[in-house]
Design a protein around this ligand. Structure first.
Ligand SMILES: Cc1cc2nc3c(=O)[nH]c(=O)nc-3n(C[C@H](O)[C@H](O)[C@H](O)COP(=O)(O)OP(=O)(O)OC[C@H]3O[C@@H](n4cnc5c(N)ncnc54)[C@H](O)[C@@H]3O)c2cc1C
Length: 375
């Protein structure tokens, strides 16, 4: 049943959310949780096709309770590895948690109130008049007082990107140390740019392995596949069955929204940490705060990541772009400088001034000072 009011020419709604991915559905479920009395339509062309991706983040116990139906794996320890050794970290307050994207989106959908409707169509155009937005989707027209656009943005040429191909596999022999998530293993081919393996062991015989690059150009898909095969062969890990494959490109630079005149949410609004590619917790935080504001009749989108963090990440990325060969040591030094608690805070954008001082003190001064004057 539609909860939208029918006018002569179009359906009139209070809020239009363009895109029912992470940001769109998280915002809608927060509005439902707060019982916000607004009519909302979410426009999502891929509504029926819920892609199974892996979304990971640091979670506390309350979050794990809320997200329990979407959790695919959880680790109290994580590590970074290079040829000089490994840095293993553990936090008493935060675990590293991997969610099934499809289950997370279904969880959000189940929480939607009767005032929120999903329109399984892509938005073709949005026009702003002096008082409202006019939205065309399929053969229908809608008028909305407020619009939040989460359509995937584009990136400028030569932007830094995190790009990867991952495989989920069952392996023949149980592996040791499967209780630790490997965030970055730099013992791989570094000739094409900063490269690492990301390995999540869901059990001793069930893994996700992603060959991940941070660079300005994508590689052919077989390049990542070969890197994974090589990494497995070097460890004498034999694959029993391939379960799925996942590819992704995450912008690590300023993004360009589809339409600059419409308020954006999610990655389109810059809710991605430029130095790490993590976005999930920033998107959650933005959805939480925006829903609270809407409940108070304030429709402005909150800044997803502080300007100070964006500036620091921009300088970090400039160093990575100019000196990719020192990339592995930068991440290793950052991990060495922080204990597990501080590390989780840092990744969640909640670093204290003393956490920042530790990280900055651990970085090589000359490349950073050079890039600081270019920002
Ligand atoms: C493969 C992959 C893995 C990632 N893993 C992690 C991770 O582990 N941890 C982490 O923190 N971050 C991760 N990220 C980054 C980020 O958290 C995700 O990209 C997240 O899904 C972004 O949410 P979003 O809502 O901004 O965009 P999306 O989830 O991409 O949602 C945008 C939606 O807009 C819809 N859309 C497109 N065109 C139209 C149209 N014309 N009209 C209406 N809707 C439209 C799309 O179908 C899509 O559903 C990952 C990103 C990728 C690509």
């Amino acid at each position: 049943m539609s909860h939208c009011r029918v006018s002569l020419v179009s359906l009139a709604i209070d809020i239009a959310i363009i895109g029912g991915g992470n940001a769109g559905l998280s915002l809608a479920s927060e509005l439902s949780r707060l019982r916000v009395a607004k009519t909302v339509c979410i426009f999502e062309p891929a509504y029926k096709i819920k892609k199974e991706l892996h979304w990971s983040l640091w979670t506390n116990e309350n979050q794990r309770q809320t997200l329990k139906h979407a959790i695919k794996g959880n680790w109290s320890q994580w590590k970074l590895v290079d040829y000089s050794g490994s840095v293993i970290r553990e936090s008493s307050s935060h675990d590293y948690t991997c969610l099934s994207s499809a289950k997370y989106l279904s969880l959000c959908e189940r929480q939607l109130s009767g005032k929120i409707r999903i329109i399984p169509k892509g938005v073709e155009s949005v026009k702003k008049t002096s008082r409202q937005y006019i939205i065309e989707a399929g053969d229908q027209s809608f008028t909305a007082n407020n619009v939040y656009d989460s359509r995937p943005p584009s990136v400028r040429p030569n932007s830094l990107m995190q790009h990867f191909l991952g495989v989920e596999v069952n392996i023949k022999k149980p592996m040791s140390a499967w209780q630790i998530a490997t965030l970055m293993d730099f013992r791989v081919n570094q000739t094409r740019g900063l490269h690492f393996m990301y390995v999540l062991p869901f059990s001793s015989t069930h893994l996700l392995i992603e060959s991940t690059m941070i660079s300005q150009s994508l590689e052919p898909q077989n390049w990542y596949r070969n890197a994974i095969e090589r990494w497995l062969a070097e460890r004498e890990i034999i694959v029993e069955s391939y379960l799925s494959e996942e590819v992704g490109v995450i912008p690590m630079d300023e993004v360009v929204p589809c339409d600059k005149t419409i308020p954006t949410i999610g990655v389109a609004s810059g809710a991605l940490r430029r130095s790490s590619g993590y976005g999930f917790s920033y998107i959650q935080d933005q959805a939480f705060r925006l829903a609270q504001q809407i409940n108070q009749h304030n429709y402005d989108v909150p800044e997803p990541i502080s300007k100070r963090i964006v500036l620091m990440d921009t300088i970090f990325n400039r160093v990575l772009t100019e000196y990719p060969e020192i990339g592995p040591s930068l991440f290793m030094k950052m991990a060495q400088a922080l204990n597990g608690e501080q590390f989780a805070r840092f990744m969640l954008g909640k670093a204290t001034p003393s956490d920042w001082i530790r990280v900055v003190a651990a970085m090589p001064k000359v490349p950073f000072l050079k890039q600081l004057f270019h920002v």
